[in-house]
Design a protein. Structure first.
Length: 202
């Protein structure tokens, strides 16, 4: 009897630990350190700087949005720009390692990602592909003038919203590129840079 109780308690403890790991609380941009606007400043997030396995939401426009520079190695499972209102992410260098980069999640709002340098790697896990979503329910804008993006899939848009990809430099490499798969409100303008679609699927 005591042995059964011991194993039941042990099982519940393990289950609880696994549950906490799978549902790590999101962290949201606050721009608490208004002097720097930097991604890697703890004061700028309500639940700490995002870590691997943790989602993050960005609802701050223009200069108040997070800046990822050459000193930053950003990690998250899901980066949502324009998560519940307008939001902007700026990247001039450094790296992003994540599963999903979502630009323009909230309906009736705009998410903007201004990307001029650095490297982004979006890696699949057991639940989803490594994907760039330029527009989900809202309006997504990706302005790219430099840097590299590597992903399983890029969607413009990836939902019922609208999306625009402005490629003026840098390189995007993906297995699949989905243009207007979910909505007719998807546009793309390539003036420079490189788009590589490994599977040839558009």
């Amino acid at each position: 009897m005591y042995k059964k109780q011991f194993f039941l308690i042990f099982f519940l403890i393990v289950l609880g630990l696994c549950g906490n790991a799978a549902t790590a609380a999101w962290t949201y941009w606050t721009d608490g350190d208004a002097n720097d606007h930097l991604w890697n400043s703890t004061l700028n997030w309500d639940n700490g700087v995002p870590v691997s396995g943790q989602g993050c939401g960005i609802n701050s426009e223009d200069a108040n949005g997070p800046v990822i520079d050459s000193n930053t190695a950003a990690e998250s499972i899901l980066i949502s720009v324009g998560d519940s209102s307008d939001g902007t992410l700026i990247m001039t260098g450094g790296t992003i390692a994540a599963r999903t980069l979502r630009i323009g999640y909230a309906a009736n709002y705009t998410g903007t990602f201004n990307f001029s340098g650095g490297d982004i790697v979006l890696t699949a896990d057991a639940n989803a592909d490594g994907v760039v979503e330029v527009g989900l329910q809202g309006n997504g804008i990706l302005n790219m003038t430099g840097g590299t993006i590597s992903a399983d899939r890029v969607g413009v848009p990836q939902g019922v919203g609208s999306g625009h990809l402005q490629l003026d430099g840098g390189t995007i490499e993906c297995n699949d590129f989905e243009m207007r798969q979910w909505s007719t409100s998807g546009t793309m303008d390539i003036n420079s840079g490189t788009l590589i679609i490994d599977n040839g699927d558009v």
